[in-house]
Design a protein around this ligand. Sequence first.
Ligand code: TRP
Length: 450
Amino acid sequence: MNENNNRAQFTTRLGVIATTVGSAVGLGNIWRFPYEAGTHGGGAFLFTYLCFIFLFGIPILCAEFMIGRQTRSNIFGAFRKLRSSGQWHWVGYIGIGASLMILSFYSVVAGWTLEYLYQSITGALNFSSAEEFHKQFSTFSTGNWRPLMWTIIFLLLNFVIVIRGVQKGIERMSNIMMPCLFIILIIFCINSLMMPGAVDGLKFLFTPDFSKINSSVMIGAMGQAFFSLSLGLGTMLTYGSYFSNRTRIVRSATTTALLDTSVAILAGVIIFPAVFTFGVSPAQGPTLVFEILPNIFSQLPGSIFWSSLFFFLLFIASLSSTISMSEVSIAFFSEEKKMSRKKATWLNTGIALVFGSICALSFGSLSGMTIFGHTIFSLFDYVSSNILLPAGGMFIAFFAGWLLDRNIIKSQLTNDGDVKVHVMKIIIFSLKYIAPIGILLVFLSLINLI
Ligand code: TRP
């Protein structure tokens, strides 16, 4: 295996899991999953999403980890080291474009989290009807200045943490906050299960109506699987490059995927019983969670405490995710373009500030600016998650399955023979056939949709 001790490495096994889970768990699980499931028929979406996690998600996660650790570089350097000829650097460009797009719209939603944290602390989220919570959110999101301000504040916080380097800031925070988030979600889950709409909510989420699985559900579920696992643009590849030679790749990938999926399902179990109890539509899109959660909290004893704690943890979870996506373009600008880390971080933040501001205004004064019926916010979300990430993932799978030396795969997955990996053949089979062909087929079904 490749030894390169100049690069930073994660120090402990817990550090590896906490950091990859820190990247994976974020708004994708708690904000995006419930709204996507809500608009795509609930159970049908969950079922398709789970299939994609196991069929492509875990194998591609292994592929990113092994390519990263083998080459000890960012996604560009990785393809150059493994295959200097050909056009593989384009996968890197897709990744950088997607990461900047995601960082832009993601920061807007992270900004909403900050607004709701602020409102929770000041006790402003104290209404009694679903309409009032709806009005509260729409007044805020269409108001231009506050969403813009929070987006900028969030991006600057992200900047401050990223500029301090790989290990220190990230590892320390994720280690403490992720378990807290998990525990608080379980508490809210129990609360939701006692609501009058619990049965309807659970039925909606867990009973797949297979007749509802069409190309729009498939493309949505595939995008969500990639988004939630932080796959397809080199984030996990970059993290793999910081793994030590003793880190077990398959085990880390499986643990990350299982924890990430559990958080998404927990979020669904919190949201949908409440949706049916409050009598609102599950299919209202990106605003869903921000109208439902405060309503749930307002009914709890000690609502200010629960609500503030939750939005604080969600904010930290978002931060550990944006840190990871920033790392992709920063590693590119600094390692490939030879910029100082400081300059690279500024460039990343600067681009996100411009596009993030446009996304922040997409719910207010720029709401009329649409392309193919999408606002800029939803276009960025759709194109990056549903198209660019799976495309990146398809190329990474194809590369690992067909072009990467089989001995490299074996030595990476088994740590030079130190660990036994029973599913090696399955992983290779998926990377060779299931993932590239499956992703291609879902894309083809999209053409049908248009
Ligand atoms: N997975 C994160 C979430 O669910 C978001 C994220 C972080 C991401 N890094 C990424 C998504 C890289 C795609 C690619 O919130």
